[in-house]
Design a protein around this ligand. Structure first.
Ligand code: SF4
Length: 306
């Protein structure tokens, strides 16, 4: 995955819909944090969906209910930065350098002046179960570790978790399956004459969220020095492996990751077809990178793996 995504820059042309929903929700939260009024932020974030009423209503409901549910929590935090780029030089090897690069959703300061990374997550799982795994979330640990290495006195991370609503838009019952009551006009319960409209579905989604306040949570995690030392050690080992794979141009597959988090890896089509070049050319395209691959700005000490 690292090779295909970060060295060769491939990405899927048509991303699965859960990426689009997560991405639009994320965009909306970013705009709200930048103080755009809620209705405008919703309109801006959901315009990617065009005629996709299901996704547009879902993201609109998620944003408006998240805003109501989380406003009080964030009253105790100052937003220091939004969409904060993290770039940390890590290793040099013959022919190149490796940088840690990421984008923190936000940098937040609490009333005691402590800094936290703010990170948004959406899940189809229960929020409780999702939150119970967050202490070991590698991305969060790495963001905190990298920012500390860059001189920010970050103490931990606040995960802002939102469950995706599980109700679907009601669709008209196919003609051949419709069953009417004795009057010959009234459909049986559960059957529909017409598709549910955008506003009907949106209203039902909002009610769903209001009846399930546990769909939103903010999990504050303060990382200990031992946890950050351990992730630094992990990173050092990963780096050595990356430099070795690159030097030998040999990228072992990680079959335990192909269906991690109950979803297929972006490259599952390609790998399952035995790395078929035709599949690569027809389903994937070269992506625009947020970060340049090699940025010459300073040297590292511990991570020089030469
Ligand atoms: S499908 Fe599996 S082997 Fe292929 S890139 Fe993804 S994780 Fe690696």
């Amino acid at each position: 995955m690292y090779y295909l995504k970060n060295i060769e820059d491939w990405e899927m042309i048509e991303k699965p819909i859960y990426y689009a929903v997560g991405g639009a929700f994320h965009t909306g939260k970013e705009l709200i944090r930048k103080e755009m009024p809620l209705p405008e932020a919703i309109a801006e974030a959901t315009k990617v969906f065009d005629d996709d009423i299901d996704s547009r209503a879902l993201v609109a409901a998620m944003l408006s209910e998240w805003y109501k549910a989380s406003r009080q929590f964030y009253q105790d935090y100052e937003i220091v930065d939004v969409e904060m780029k993290i770039e940390l030089p890590l290793a040099e090897y013959e022919g190149g350098e490796i940088y840690f690069a990421g984008m923190a959703d936000a940098l937040l300061k609490d009333k005691n002046g402590r800094l936290f990374v703010g990170e948004s997550k959406t899940t189809s799982d229960s929020v409780d179960r999702f939150c119970s795994k967050l202490w070991a979330q590698r991305q969060g640990l790495l963001y905190v570790w990298a920012l500390r290495r860059l001189g920010y006195d970050v103490v931990g991370i606040i995960y802002d978790v939102t469950k995706k609503a599980t109700i679907k838009r009601g669709m008209a019952t196919p003609m051949e399956k419709r069953k009417y009551k004795k009057d010959g006009e009234t459909l049986y319960a559960g059957q529909r004459e017409h598709d549910e409209s955008y506003s009907e579905y949106l209203s039902r989604l909002k009610q769903w969220y209001q009846s399930k306040p546990e769909s939103f949570a903010q999990e504050v995690i303060v990382h200990s020095k031992q946890q950050l030392d351990a992730i630094e050690n992990d990173m050092s080992n990963i780096l050595k492996a990356l430099v070795f794979y690159q030097a030998t141009d040999n990228w072992p597959r990680s079959l335990s990751s192909c269906y991690a988090y109950n979803r297929a890896c972006e490259f599952a089509h390609y790998c399952s077809a035995g790395n078929d070049e035709l599949i690569l050319q027809s389903l994937y395209k070269k992506r625009d990178r947020v970060f340049s691959k090699l940025i010459n700005k300073g040297e590292t000490d511990e991570f020089n793996t030469n």
